[in-house]
Write a protein that binds this ligand. Structure first.
Ligand code: PEP
Ligand code: MG
Length: 747
């Protein structure tokens, strides 16, 4: 038997549904709602405050306070009791409001007569939209049942607001999801793109919030939860053998799916009059609020519960996820909390831009986006909640800014930016087949970095001379299990075919640090960037390295082969790695496979130690490639993944350029070819500085070849070198300012 509160609550929700269905304007609906709630709760006052902007709440409707105060009374987030509810996302329930902490009296409302106050956050999926307040003359706290009923009402109000029920004539507030929004994130991949939002996991839209028949809703919920349990069990049996981490997550899913507490709370919500899906969403919303306040372990678990709630909502509403990519808008810009490289590869190059709420510059997804030159902004906080499928959006990868639903001025400025980019592309295409020859006559070889088959067509379009760095780990990262030797060999052969005789420097597997293979035992290290990674793994557990070397020799099938080892920190490691290749050659010879016509074996210089290796290292190694991304982080002791320190030390810092200069001199002395293949090689000013220091070969993203060549061709490198020397002589901390000033006089 439903108790009195449940009956009352259901009646109230039923009336709210009628209001929602009415053709009334937004303000009329709000006015009607506050009247209804006040009478149903037997309170003298009921008011609704909604956010006017992110910082300001506005009284939008009231029963009991002065009507003149509506749309006049405003408070900042955190100000007064209402502001406190909004900021803390918690209920404030007191019988003596004036003596409560933070109380602030708004004279125009006439509220001084009311002693008791109960404020409930109006929130949807953890995001606060406003505050629902009831006040009464009598000094008493509202009961737990009353507060619960108000929470259910607040949830329905949030959904109504989301669906735009309070907008239109007379209402001062526009619907959320209509206003332009600028989000400042972090640069993941440069470039500018405009398009339409394509949510990786589209929000499920719940339109039937209120239900008349609680028994039917309970049955629907139970059936959906049963389906969910079965699907979680199925996922568990499928992945059990493969991946421990994933298994742990699924175990957590199972725990929640079987949780009596979760089920009980949703059943109680239904008893109050909510539909099954509204009940799921109410609990999901609560979990999201807690997420913001939880420690990292609990946050992960709440994340799991959030995912599970989404699955349950999809089952209940029949609305699917975006896994097929069928309903992609024109010029899709992918918006996601985070995404794995495999999923990103499935969407393919048709994406115009990518915006992630989480992610890091070195994440696998970022590497893929960079390889495809798709503008990427990461850490765009709040974008997933704010964006709707199909919303117009501009991605400014140069500055790490996203403009959602941009207004005309922003759009016009952006169009100019994109047009300038297009003009520049035409300029770069016109010099594609010309050498990167500076005015002083020096020619710099420009190569490209690659890692996926999809990168290879860029060899032709960018005018790169070859592939200076082929990151073989990408093939390992995008799979769910270790690739087989035959697969790798076929792939490497296709890469060499596509290169049509141009040099491809294959870097052997560089895993560890931020590159984690889900199918390999996780390695719990306090400092993975300085831990068991790259060649250290290859030498201690040589199985994969040997398999890869064999695959490379077979792929070459008699053609020239170029291999380099990542993260070599000392001579001995280079010797051991080279010995592995010699052994592999000998084995292949015995097996009757043709050996490469010629081969060169290089080392990536990514730790300062290798620059100080004994002379014989420079004699023995066939070539050196500077991995500036890692080298710089160890030179300055500044973590490349830590946004706080990543940009602290300039690549053109005089200490770093002097270090590079000395390294280049040692290579020259021993006739050891040296090139630079970190991200900095693709930045025009850095590239010019490297060339002036004596580097004659640079490897970069294909999209950077045009801009770098364009700048190099207009400069005299001797003059650039002189500018750098003067900066050092003056004691400048970085040569960047002096070089930039010089460039302004040249272009
Ligand atoms: C580097 O460190 O500069 C490099 C090219 O390797 P990674 O793949 O680690 O960026
Ligand atoms: Mg590296």
């Amino acid at each position: 038997m439903p108790d009195r509160f449940e009956t009352q609550s259901r009646k109230l929700l039923g009336r709210l549904r009628d209001i929602m269905a009415s053709g009334d304007a937004g303000q009329a609906r709000l006015d009607e709602i506050v009247r209804l709630i006040a009478s149903s709760m037997r309170a003298e006052v009921c008011s609704i405050y909604l956010f006017r902007d992110v910082e300001t709440l506005e009284l939008c409707a009231t029963e009991g306070l002065e009507q003149d105060a509506v749309h006049q009374t405003r408070m900042r987030l955190g100000e007064g009791l209402v502001g406190r509810v909004a900021r803390t996302k918690r209920v404030v329930n007191t019988g003596d409001a004036p003596s409560s902490k933070g109380f602030r009296y708004m004279p125009e409302t006439g509220e001084e007569r009311y002693s008791s106050f109960c404020g409930i956050p109006v929130q949807r999926l953890g995001e606060t939209m406003g505050v629902l307040v009831v006040q009464s003359l009598e000094s008493r706290e509202f009961t737990a049942d009353e507060v619960y009923a108000l929470e259910v009402v607040a949830m329905v109000l949030a959904e109504m607001n989301e669906l735009g029920a309070f907008t239109g004539d007379g209402a001062a507030l526009r619907a959320r999801h209509q206003d332009p929004l600028m989000v400042r994130g972090t640069i993941g991949q440069e470039g500018a793109a405009g398009g339409n939002v394509y949510l990786h996991e589209p929000r499920v839209v719940v339109t039937n919030l209120v239900a008349d028949d609680p028994d039917a809703e309970m049955a629907r919920l139970r059936e959906a939860v049963d389906t969910l349990r079965v699907s979680v069990d199925e996922m568990l049996t499928q992945t059990a053998a493969v991946n421990k981490d994933q298994k742990q997550v699924l175990e957590a899913y199972r725990m929640f799916a079987n949780s009596r507490g979760w089920m009980k709370r949703m059943e109680a919500d239904i008893a109050q009059g909510l539909s099954a899906e509204a009940a799921v969403e109410k609990e999901q919303s609560l979990a999201r609020t807690r997420m913001g306040q939880a420690d990292s372990y609990l946050r992960d678990r709440l994340h799991d519960l959030d995912d599970l709630s989404n699955r349950l909502l999809r089952i209940l509403t029949g609305q699917g996820g975006n896994t097929t990519g069928d309903d992609m808008p024109e010029n899709p810009v992918l918006v996601a909390r985070n995404i794995g490289p495999g999923e990103l590869l499935e969407y393919g190059k048709q994406l115009k831009g990518i915006i992630l709420e989480e992610g890091s510059v070195g994440s696998h997804a970022a590497i893929v986006a960079r390889a495809w030159a798709i503008p990427l902004v990461i850490r765009a906080e709040g974008i997933v909640a704010a964006a709707l499928n199909g919303d117009p959006v501009l991605v400014d990868g140069e500055q790490g800014i996203v403009h959602l639903r941009p207004d005309d001025t922003v759009q016009a400025a952006f169009r100019d930016k994109i047009a300038m980019q297009a003009e520049a592309q035409v300029r770069y295409a016109s010099i594609r087949d010309l050498p990167a020859q500076a005015k002083c006559g020096t020619v710099i070889a420009l190569h490209m970095n690659a890692g996926l088959m999809a990168d290879l067509p860029s060899l032709e379009s960018s005018g790169a001379e070859g592939v200076g760095l082929f990151r073989t780990e990408l093939q390992f990262l995008v799979r769910s299990q270790m690739p087989k030797r035959a697969e790798l060999s076929a792939l490497y052969a296709r890469v060499m075919d596509a290169a049509q005789g141009r040099r491809v420097a294959f870097r052997t597997l560089d895993i560890g640090s931020d590159k984690v293979l889900t199918y390999m035992k996780p390695n719990d290290e306090p400092n993975p960037a300085m831990g068991w990674r790259a060649i250290r793994v290859g030498l201690e557990k040589p199985g994969v390295l040997r398999m890869q070397l064999q695959a490379l020799i077979r792929a070459a099938n008699g053609r020239p082969l170029s291999v380099m080892f990542p993260f070599v920190a000392q001579l001995e490691e280079y010797r051991m790695a080279r010995a592995e290749l010699d052994k592999a050659m000998a084995r292949e010879k015995i097996l009757g496979h043709p050996l490469p016509d010629t081969f060169e074996i290089g080392a990536m210089l990514e730790t300062p130690s290798l620059a100080f290796a004994p002379d014989v290292f420079f004699e023995e190694v066939d070539f050196i490639s500077i991995g500036g991304n890692d080298l710089k982080q160890f030179f300055f002791a500044a973590d490349r993944e830590n946004e706080r320190v990543r940009r602290r030390y300039d690549t053109l810092n005089v200490s770093f350029i002097t270090f590079l200069e000395q390294l280049i001199a040692r290579c020259k002395q021993h006739n050891t070819p040296i090139s630079f293949c970190g991200e900095d090689a693709g930045r025009p000013i850095e590239a010019v500085a490297f060339a002036a220091l004596g580097l004659r070969s640079l490897s970069m993203r294909p999209a950077s070849i045009g801009p770098v060549k364009h700048l190099l061709r207009r400069l005299n490198l001797d003059e650039v070198k002189q500018v750098m020397d003067d900066a050092r002589a003056r004691g400048d901390q970085s040569a960047r300012g002096a070089i930039s000033d010089y460039l302004r006089t040249q272009v």
